[in-house]
Design a protein around this ligand. Structure first.
Ligand code: ZN
Length: 156
């Protein structure tokens, strides 16, 4: 977890309390809302905002919603550039960049239908190991199925 430079200046946002997800890769905001099962009416979106670092970004504000560690990892898998901060009284705290851990347990489904983690009668938590970071490549610890970055979105 590291702070980014921009996070040092307090940033004013529209929501009073909750979570700000900033520096989202353009086009990923709606997918993030879906994965987080965010409720309509509790969300403020800004899409395709010009940005110095990543050219164009999406911004997501979640009113009265705070992310669990596994949810932060899901956001990072969808958009590695995303930063997450807690909002209090319309002010966002320092942006936290989420690092994808080497092991992903119970975060995403295995695409292999024959994998033990997809057997209904033996519920086994999915488990993947990161084998490459740029581009991201992960491997199922049970069936050795390799999943590439662009496939992850469908499995969250
Ligand atoms: Zn598998």
């Amino acid at each position: 977890m590291s702070e980014i430079g921009e996070g040092r200046k307090p940033k004013t946002v529209k929501i009073d309390e909750g979570t700000l997800i900033d520096h989202v890769s353009a086009g990923k905001a709606l997918k993030i809302l879906k994965v987080l099962k965010a409720k309509e009416g509790a969300v403020i979106l800004a899409l395709n905002v010009p940005n110095e670092e990543i050219k164009v970004k999406d911004v997501v504000e979640l009113r009265k919603r705070y992310l669990k560690e596994e949810e932060k990892i899901k956001v990072a898998l969808l958009s590695p550039t995303a930063t997450i901060s807690t909002v209090k009284n319309h002010v966002a705290g320092p942006g936290e960049k989420i690092e994808i851990p080497n092991h992903l347990v119970d975060i995403l489904k295995c695409p292999n239908p024959k994998c033990i983690t997809n057997k209904e009668r033996e519920p086994v938590k999915t488990s993947f190991t990161v084998i490459n970071r740029k581009p991201l490549k992960i491997k199922c610890d049970y069936c050795d199925k390799i999943v590439k970055e662009e496939e992850i979105e469908k499995l969250l």
